[in-house]
Design a protein around this ligand. Structure first.
Ligand code: RB5
Length: 149
């Protein structure tokens, strides 16, 4: 399993904490930036991490901005991405179990590193349940196709 990680400037420091956690867990990752607290635009980094997932290089993506809102909205505009903006472990686990989410988003101005690590573990430890949830995820994909230009 390899994780695509990316952030804007607001999420840069929390992304560094995320890297430490992934290293402690011996999980491979690719860091798509940003590389400092200099101001950048979160959609660019949502797209980079999403491409890492859609290309198949990475199994999941984790993206961070100030609130987690902008970067998750941007990621969810990309067909095939289901990015869960979660600030609690239950939601993260259910995002895998029910929504087959392939990305997770955090707000670095909302949560700290300890909680983020718990949420990452809940997300990565979850598994898609399929069944009735497959039908619903298929409907999300139908919506993507319907509104594609
Ligand atoms: C950047 O200041 C901030 O707007 C961004 O990190 C994020 O919170 C947007 O949703």
């Amino acid at each position: 399993m390899k994780i695509a990680i990316a952030s804007d400037h607001g999420g840069y420091e929390l992304k560094e904490e995320l890297k430490k956690h992934l290293e402690e867990r011996k999980l491979a990752y690719r860091d798509y930036g940003t590389d400092s607290t200099a101001s950048v635009d979160y959609p660019d980094y949502a797209e980079k991490a999403a491409e890492g997932v859609l290309s198949g290089e990475c199994t999941f993506g984790i993206v961070i901005c100030g609130t987690g809102i902008g970067i998750s909205i941007a990621a969810n505009k990309i067909p095939g991405i289901r990015c869960a903006h979660c600030h609690d472990g239950y939601s993260a686990k259910m995002a895998r179990a029910h929504n087959d989410a392939n990305m997770l988003a955090f707000g670095a101005r909302v949560i700290g590193a300890g909680l983020m690590c718990e949420i990452v573990d809940a997300f990565l430890g979850g598994a898609f349940e399929g069944g009735r949830h497959s039908r619903r995820v298929e409907k999300i994909k139908e919506i993507e196709r319907k509104y594609a230009k």
